[in-house]
Design a protein around this ligand. Structure first.
Ligand code: PLP
Length: 398
């Protein structure tokens, strides 16, 4: 027996563990201080009432012989019509027409951003932005794939554009981005689509934060760009859209027109899913189906508006202090340049000690994250306002 030695190449993911330990140590040493976490990457508002009642109804159905359901429908890779139809309708509202058989219901975007790699050869070169959501990098390291990085930095507003001299086969794009909050315009995505086509590459487009987009120049789906159906797979999630981080539901779109080497990637993914996956629970799917109903859209928009307002408050605090940042609009993340020329961990310690506020050091997301820091809008209003008051104070004091 030999283990998969590629796992030994993984870097220790010490980032959140270190943030947790430093915070716990500080609290122990200063029990009187009220520490505020602007590092929360999880949602904090509860599920929308319409989702809760849809799930309750589905549970009741499961408890009766006449309406009990077992495995989901085979012909749609376990997706129930009510959910598939609601997703198609949500795309139609973005001007994108899809077929039901192009949708694959998942237990979230994180699983599929790694699982989808099963349909690609290990020889492919992967292009990732730096800084990056760590799961993309780790899933490819596990498979032994070569990774090249596109530098995201202050000069390009943390939105790298294609470099024609780089040959890439699989390209991960996350927009609006975690950790930087930066989001591509439709025009910029068009350049990526054209590059991918020239390279015969496939884009894995992570749209986990699309619901935060309000600027009409920004895309909410890569399929808003002409030609994207021939080169892109889109990964979506109900986690940040509708507070499903603990419920678990998402969907992946593999268009029929995405063909490589004469083979339909949709067929490959359907085969992979029917072999290694048995679908998402009926109760979860019914809850998700309520999200894009008229009532659901209203209720989830109220939650997203709440996070948006937190993001606006944080962004204003940085604007007033003259600090450079990306995100804050169209995203729950604010990616700020560390003040006073500090590196990410020095600023982390400074912010914790002086303002009793916790954020996430940017260097944990890649080398280009050094000197940057991530704040999030997922906290309570009260904490967000108080954290900003303290941050303003320490930035003034220097
Ligand atoms: N993709 C990105 C960019 C994320 O930031 C996250 C979660 O933080 C995910 C995917 C995970 O989504 P899910 O909860 O659907 O697995």
């Amino acid at each position: 027996m030999k283990i998969n030695e590629h796992f030994l190449q993984l870097k220790d993911s010490y980032l959140f563990a270190t943030v947790g330990k430093k915070t716990a140590d500080f609290k122990k040493a200063h029990p009187d201080k009220e520490v505020i976490r602007l590092s929360i990457g999880d949602v904090t508002l509860p599920l929308a009432p319409v989702v809760v009642s849809a799930m309750k109804k589905a549970v009741e159905e499961m408890g009766k012989k006449e309406s009990f359901r077992g495995y989901g429908p085979d012909q749609t890779c376990y997706g129930y019509d009510a959910l598939l139809d609601s997703i198609l309708a949500s795309y139609a509202r973005k001007g994108v027409s899809l077929d039901k058989s192009e949708l694959f219901i998942s237990d979230g975007a994180k699983s599929d951003c790694g699982n989808i790699l099963d349909i690609f050869s290990a020889d492919n070169v992967v292009l990732l932005p730096d800084p990056v959501y760590p799961a993309y990098a780790d899933a490819n390291v596990m498979a032994g794939r070569k990774i090249v990085y596109a530098d995201a930095n202050e000069e390009n507003g943390f939105l790298p554009m294609p470099d024609e001299s780089v040959q890439a086969d699989i390209i991960y794009i996350c927009s609006p981005n975690n950790p930087t909050g930066a989001a591509y315009t439709r025009e910029q995505l068009k350049v990526w689509v054209e590059y991918a086509k020239r390279m015969d590459a496939v884009i894995l487009y992570d749209a986990a934060y699309e619901y935060f987009v309000t600027d009409p120049k920004l895309a909410r789906s890569i399929y808003e760009v002409e030609g994207a159906k021939e080169c892109a797979i889109e990964l979506c999630s109900y986690s940040k859209t509708a507070g499903f981080t603990g419920v678990r539901c998402g969907y992946t779109i593999v268009p029929h027109s995405l063909v490589r080497g004469g083979v339909s990637l949709n067929k490959l993914w359907a085969r992979r899913q029917s072999t290694k996956f048995n679908g998402v629970s009926y109760v979860t799917q019914m809850g998700a189906a309520a999200v894009f109903s008229e009532e659901g859209e209203k209720e989830i928009s109220a939650n997203i508006d709440f996070y948006r307002e937190n993001a606006r408050i944080i962004a204003k605090c940085l604007d007033d202090a003259g600090i450079w940042y990306t995100g804050g609009k169209n995203s729950p993340y604010i990616w700020m340049k560390c003040p006073f020329g500090m590196d990410s961990w020095t600023f982390f310690d400074y912010l914790l000690e002086q303002a009793n506020v916790v954020g996430t050091p940017g260097c944990g997301f890649g080398k280009n994250g050094e000197g940057f820091f991530r704040l999030t809008a997922f906290g309570s209003r009260e904490n967000t306002i108080e954290a900003c008051r303290r941050i303003t104070q320490i930035l003034k004091r220097g």
